[in-house]
Design a protein around this ligand. Structure first.
Ligand SMILES: [Zn+2]
Length: 114
């Protein structure tokens, strides 16, 4: 069976283990929360870029901006746009990060044993 080496105590840990046999460090698979949100933000940035290109294309095709004179009823459209461009890509990005880097293993020691 494939084994991992704990970076804290250098014990050989079975790949299937959830804690280090030597020091009790937690074996965590996948990216950290911060790394996942970074990927999420990268997706948001790409979505904003694509959305900007879309708006520019709309303006060129129709001869006027997407929202010529913002009205009260456009508020819903703006909210939908924010969800589409910020929230959705962020959630998708986080899940892509989770699936894509699932095989990444980290040893996380939350408390000292000795
Ligand atoms: Zn260890």
């Amino acid at each position: 069976m494939k084994t991992l080496v704990c970076p804290h105590c250098h014990s050989q840990v079975p790949e299937s283990a959830s804690v280090c046999v030597g020091c009790g460090a937690e074996v965590v698979r996948g990216l950290s929360r911060r790394q996942r949100s970074f990927v999420g933000l990268a997706f948001v940035a790409v979505a904003i870029l694509i959305f900007g290109i879309f708006l520019r294309g709309y303006e060129i095709a129709n001869g006027h901006p997407f929202l010529t004179s913002p009205k009260a009823e456009d508020g819903l459209l703006v909210i939908a746009g924010v969800i589409l461009v910020v929230f959705l890509p962020y959630v998708v990005g986080i899940n892509v990060a989770r699936v894509f880097w699932r095989s990444r293993v980290r040893f996380f020691r939350s408390f000292q044993h000795q």
